[in-house]
Design a binder for this molecule. Structure first.
Ligand code: TYD
Length: 136
């Protein structure tokens, strides 16, 4: 799994004088079925979230409001992605260490996930993640 697979995906945007509309269908606009949605909000300035990797989980991260950065690390390369639009998002494949920081005030980070919450799917220790990454 490489950070090259983690890309910004554009979403449909229906423009209307009454306001714009964007929609996301699992398997069509994101490359997995959507089993769970969660969101981060009221994030204090200077906070960092994430700091883990997932074994099997696919995710799609959208800045519904405001902005923040996602730092991706596949154990070899790193990249920082700035998200600040609600008509696109970042696809994150399994086995990628991610950190979220640089939250603007009022930022809302929505995450679509391919499975229900399972703590066993997490690597929360970077050394353990690296060991698993390089033994595959
Ligand atoms: P965590 O995934 O560590 O948050 P983040 O990566 O955004 O910093 O989750 C924080 C806590 O919330 C942790 O105790 C697990 C719990 N949690 C759930 O119960 N269900 C969920 O869907 C998520 C994402 C987290």
């Amino acid at each position: 799994m490489s950070i090259d697979r983690c890309q910004i995906l554009d979403l449909p945007k229906i423009q209307d004088p009454r306001g714009n509309l964007t929609f996301i269908e699992g398997g069509i606009h994101v490359p997995f079925d959507i089993q769970r949605v969660y969101y981060l909000y009221d994030v204090p300035g200077g906070s960092e979230r994430g700091g883990h990797a997932h074994k099997q989980l696919h995710q799609f991260i959208v800045a519904m409001s405001g902005s923040f950065d996602v730092v991706l690390d596949d154990g070899k390369d790193k990249k920082r992605v700035h998200l600040n639009r609600s008509y696109n998002g970042l696809y994150v494949c399994p086995m990628i260490w991610r950190e979220l920081d640089n939250f603007s005030s009022g930022a809302v980070c929505m995450v679509l996930a391919s499975t229900k919450y399972e703590e066993d799917d997490y690597y929360r220790d970077y050394a353990e993640f690296m060991l698993a990454r390089w033994s595959k």
